[in-house]
Design a binder for this molecule. Structure first.
Ligand SMILES: Cc1ncc(COP(=O)(O)O)c(C=O)c1O
Length: 386
């Protein structure tokens, strides 16, 4: 009997909840899916027609490994104009989603024992990817009563001789915090001072609602210390099309392109043309998506107010409401795994337990769902809690 492969990987926390949701849907029940990290918004017509055109023109062969040149160039124009960056196409890699850009980055940078500082609550995949490449996640714990902001001095205290990377996710998943200019400036100073590299995960840059998003793109000589990860997924409501980007020093991009050539071969050619239509029209598309999601965020938090009589602080950015269980359930439930499973089983509302993000006393709801689903979900949630 040959030995089966063994790899220590934590199973997705949403799997069990999804299984219940799928089974319920199959029996014809209405399920409110507030677990998905995506916006239920139709594709922009420019993107749709670009896909049809690419198919008609037979753009079905392998793409250039680093991405089609028009897209690398247009993606730089987007970041340069939106965030006062100064990138050229040689400093941009097109990847199958931002996730793959992060995967290549951790693989490129990490050696066993290297430390990576991340902020909790963190996006689920950071610690998993870091560990996969032998790294050690070092966690800066943040609290809801400080609106999830952080004290740069606390962050600096975590820097050791083993620190290889710091990861910042502005417009954070799941907390919805939008870091201030001061926080971003302070982080940049820390990476400079300690000669570190920073991965700035900016995939939610277009979804800042009450204040401007602050990118790292315009710092002088940014490529010496920073890699920016971007994506079409959330900014252009293109999650299933799988196109993302890395912006970095040319040498890093070349190394990542080598990894890409030996693994995925890049994002699907047709989807690169779809992404091209997206980034060429960013000034039109992103504000529309932002406006719609801001309205859905407001609806979600207002519904909590009217149906549950609860005042939760609205998220400043992104797609998620990260709610304290104690407050939500009137101290009836503190364990997010148990709560989310009960919620889908008894009220047909799918959510994600905070334990997936390092905070087991919280629960994440996505307001990327349609307005109708949001209203229905909060009504079902209110009934369940009462
Ligand atoms: C914080 C964060 N980074 C990166 C990604 C990756 O997105 P994609 O691979 O769809 O571009 C996600 C997706 O949920 C995310 O939440």
């Amino acid at each position: 009997m040959p030995k089966f492969p063994e790899l220590e990987l934590s199973e997705s926390k949403t799997l069990e909840i999804n299984t219940v949701a799928v089974a319920k849907r199959q029996t014809g029940e209405t399920v409110y899916n507030l677990s998905a990290g995506e916006a239920y918004i139709d594709l922009d017509p420019n993107i749709e027609s670009a896909i049809a055109r690419a198919v008609a023109e037979g753009k079905t062969k392998y793409p250039p490994v680093a991405g089609i040149p028009e897209l690398r160039s247009a993606a730089c124009d987007w970041v340069n104009k939106a965030f006062r960056g100064n990138y050229n196409p040689g400093q941009c890699l097109v990847t199958p989603g931002g996730k793959m850009a992060l995967f290549y980055l951790f693989q490129s940078f990490l050696k066993p024992g290297d430390e990576v500082i991340i902020i909790s609550p963190y996006w689920v995949s950071y610690p998993v990817m870091i560990k996969l490449f032998g790294g050690k996640p070092v966690i800066l714990e943040r609290q809801a009563d400080e609106a999830w902001h952080f004290d740069p001095a606390q962050l600096e205290k975590l820097v050791t001789p083993k620190t290889r990377l710091i990861v910042i996710n502005n417009g954070a998943n799941p907390s919805g915090v939008l870091y201030t200019q001061d926080e971003i400036d302070a982080v940049f100073k820390i990476v400079k001072k300690h000669d570190l590299f920073l991965i700035s995960d900016e995939v939610y840059s277009g979804l800042a609602y009450d204040d401007d998003f602050r990118s790292f793109a315009d710092f002088p000589e940014v490529t010496k210390n920073v890699v920016i990860v971007q994506s079409c997924s959330k900014n252009f409501a293109m999650t299933g099309l799988r196109v993302g980007f890395a912006f970095a020093d040319k040498k890093i991009i070349e190394l990542m392109a080598k990894l890409q050539s030996q693994s995925t071969s890049g994002a699907a050619t047709i989807m690169q043309y779809a992404a091209l239509a997206a980034v060429l029209n960013w000034e039109k598309i992103i504000p529309g998506i932002n406006e719609e999601l801001k309205a859905r965020r407001d609806l979600f938090f207002n519904e909590l107010k009217t149906k549950l009589n609860q005042e939760h602080t609205p998220s400043q950015a992104g797609l998620y409401a990260f709610l304290n269980l104690d407050k939500l359930t009137g101290s009836k439930e503190k364990d997010s795994d148990r709560f989310c499973l009960k919620l889908i089983n008894e009220a047909n509302v799918a959510s994600v337990p905070g334990s997936a993000f390092g905070k087991s006393d919280f629960v994440r709801f996505s307001y990327g769902a349609t307005k109708q689903k949001i209203t229905g979900a909060v009504a079902a949630l209110a009934k369940f809690i009462s």
